[in-house]
Design a protein around this ligand. Structure first.
Ligand code: ATP
Length: 444
C-alpha cells in the first residue's frame, strides 16, 4: 500500500491541484490499483497563504514492490512539469508506504484547525515518509501530509463526493458554457443526494468557479453513482477535457469536529458564547457584537459578514444574555488589538427573556398612568388616582428568533461547512467504486 499526497501546485494565475491529480491518474492508472477514490481534503480554511479553499489531494494505492519507484518518480515529474510557476506556489509531495502512522492522523486533525509551520511538517516528513519532494519553500508538504493522514475512514468520519469536470486548455480564460436549465433539472432530480448546486437565496447556479482555473464545473453529492447521473444531465456547450470523482471532507463540518474554543489567530473556533452587547450593523452590511466565550470568559467580537446574506438577519436579532454555539474562524485585528470570531455557522442555544418597561394602567379607571415624579409612583390624569407604590410594567418582548442551527446560504458557505440539506441523511458505513470514476477525453 502506497499513499501519495500533494498540494500547493496552483495559483490564481492558473492550474488546480485536482487537475494535476488527473494528469497523475492518467499516467499511473494501468500500473496500480486504486484502493480509494482520490481524496480531496480541505484543510484549515483560514490559512492566509491558501489560493482558494485550501484543498490537497491524496491517493491510496496498491502498488507492486518493483513498481514503487517508477510510480513515485512519475508523480514527481508531473508535479515538476505542471505546477504553476509563481513565487506563491510551493508544491510539496509526500509518500507513505504501508499503514498510516497514528502521528500522521493526529497531524491531519491539527491541519484542519490550526496553522502548522513548514518546519513542523518537514520534521514529520523526515520521520514518516518513504519519500518526499519539495519545490520552492515546500509549503505544500503541510497539505500533502494532511491529505494522506485524513483517511476519511467510513464509520469514523463523514464524507461526500465531488465530480469535477475540466476544460480543454483552449477554453481557459473564456466564459464557461454550462446550460443553466440543465443544472436546475439535475438538482431537481437528484437532490438531496446532490447539494449546493443552486444558491437558495439568489437562485443562481453555483457549480462553476470563476477565473482561470481549469475546472468547468463541480457537483457535490453523497454517492459516486449519483454524480455520474448528474454528469449525464448537465449539458455543456464547450468540450470537456476530463472528469474525475473525488472522495472528500467537503460539506461535513470535519474542521469543527476537532475545533476548540481557544482564541488563536487563523485557527478555527467552536465554543459557547454569551451575547454581552447589542449587535451593530457596520458600513458594508456586516453585523458584529461583543460576546463572552463561556470557557475562558474572554471578550471577543463576533461577526457575520455581508456575503452571509440572510444569516445576518438572525445574528442581528440576538440580544444581551442570549447564548450561541459559535462555529467559525479567529482573526486578530491589530488596529483594535482584539479578536474577532467570523461566524461560519451558529446554533442558538439560549434565548434570554427580554422585557420593555411601560407606565402602568390606573386600577380605578383603566387609563394609562403617568409618573408623579422621582420615587413618587404614578398618578392618573383622568380620575386623579395616585399611588406611590405602583411601579412600571415589565412587558415581555416577543423574540423573533428560535433555538436551532443557522448557516449562511450555499453561495457563501465554506467548502467544509455542512449544509442543512445533509443534516438528516443516514450516515454512510462504506463506499464502493463505480466504473468510470474518471475519464480523459482530449487535451486541447
Ligand atoms: P485550491 O483550493 O485551488 O487547490 P488552495 O486554496 O488549496 O488552492 P494552495 O495553493 O494549495 O491553496 O495553498 C494552501 C497552502 O497552505 C499549501 O501550501 C498547504 O500546504 C498549506 N496548508 C494547508 N493546511 C495548512 C495548515 N493547517 N497550516 C499551515 N499551512 C497549511
Amino acid at each position: 500500500m502506497l499513499h501519495i499526497g500533494f498540494d500547493d501546485t496552483d495559483s490564481l494565475k492558473g492550474n488546480c491541484t485536482t487537475h494535476l491529480a488527473t494528469k497523475i491518474i492518467e499516467k499511473i492508472y494501468n500500473k496500480v490499483e486504486f484502493l480509494d477514490y482520490p481524496r480531496l481534503i480541505r484543510n484549515n480554511p483560514n490559512v492566509p497563504w491558501r489560493t482558494r479553499g485550501n484543498g490537497a489531494i491524496a491517493f491510496t494505492l496498491g502498488v507492486k514492490e518493483e513498481d514503487l519507484n517508477e510510480i513515485i518518480s512519475l508523480s514527481i515529474d508531473i508535479i515538476e512539469e505542471n505546477h504553476q510557476e509563481d513565487p506563491d506556489t510551493n508544491p510539496g509531495l509526500a509518500v507513505i508506504k504501508g499503514n498510516i502512522p497514528l502521528e500522521l492522523k493526529v497531524f491531519a486533525q491539527r491541519a484542519l484547525t490550526d496553522v502548522i509551520s513548514i518546519n513542523d511538517a518537514k520534521t514529520i516528513a523526515r520521520k514518516l515518509c518513504f519519500r518526499y519532494h519539495l519545490i520552492g519553500n515546500g509549503r505544500g508538504i503541510i497539505g500533502a501530509l494532511a491529505a494522506i493522514g485524513n483517511t476519511l475512514t467510513p464509520q469514523e468520519e463523514d464524507f461526500t463526493f465531488e465530480l469535477l469536470t475540466y476544460r480543454i486548455s483552449h477554453s481557459i480564460g473564456t466564459k464557461r458554457k454550462v446550460d443553466f436549465e440543465s443544472i436546475k433539472k439535475m438538482d431537481r432530480e437528484l437532490a438531496p443526494l446532490v447539494f449546493n448546486n443552486i444558491d437558495e437565496e439568489t437562485g443562481k447556479a453555483i457549480i462553476c468557479p470563476a477565473g482561470l482555473d481549469p475546472v468547468l464545473y463541480g457537483i457535490r453529492g453523497e454517492k459516486a453513482e449519483v454524480l455520474l447521473k448528474a454528469l449525464e444531465i448537465v449539458q455543456i456547450e464547450e468540450p470537456m477535457e476530463a472528469y474525475c470523482i473525488f472522495r472528500t471532507n467537503q460539506g461535513t463540518d470535519q474542521h469543527f469536529k476537532y475545533s476548540i474554543s481557544a482564541i488563536r489567530n487563523f485557527n478555527t473556533f467552536k465554543g459557547e458564547i454569551e451575547v454581552v452587547d447589542t449587535p451593530k450593523t457596520l458600513v458594508g452590511g456586516h453585523i458584529i457584537f461583543k460576546g463572552m466565550v463561556t470557557e475562558s470568559s474572554k471578550i471577543v467580537d463576533v461577526a457575520a459578514f455581508e456575503p452571509s446574506k440572510s444569516f445576518r438577519r438572525i445574528i442581528e436579532k440576538l440580544m444581551i444574555g442570549d447564548k450561541i454555539l459559535a462555529y467559525g474562524s479567529v482573526r486578530y485585528k491589530k488596529e483594535f488589538q482584539s479578536f474577532t470570531i467570523q461566524l461560519e455557522k451558529c446554533e442558538i442555544i439560549k434565548i434570554e427573556e427580554q422585557f420593555k418597561e411601560e407606565s402602568p394602567f390606573c386600577p380605578n379607571c383603566g387609563k394609562r398612568m403617568t409618573s408623579d415624579g422621582k420615587e413618587k409612583g404614578y398618578k392618573c390624569r383622568k380620575c386623579k388616582y395616585k399611588n406611590r407604590h405602583i411601579s412600571k410594567l415589565k412587558i415581555p418582548i416577543e423574540r423573533e428568533i428560535q433555538l436551532g442551527v443557522y448557516i449562511p446560504p450555499a453561495q457563501s458557505q465554506r467548502h467544509l461547512v455542512k449544509p442543512l440539506i445533509r443534516y438528516n441523511l443516514p450516515s454512510k458505513n462504506a463506499f464502493h467504486f463505480v466504473n468510470n470514476w474518471w475519464k480523459k477525453y482530449s487535451s486541447n
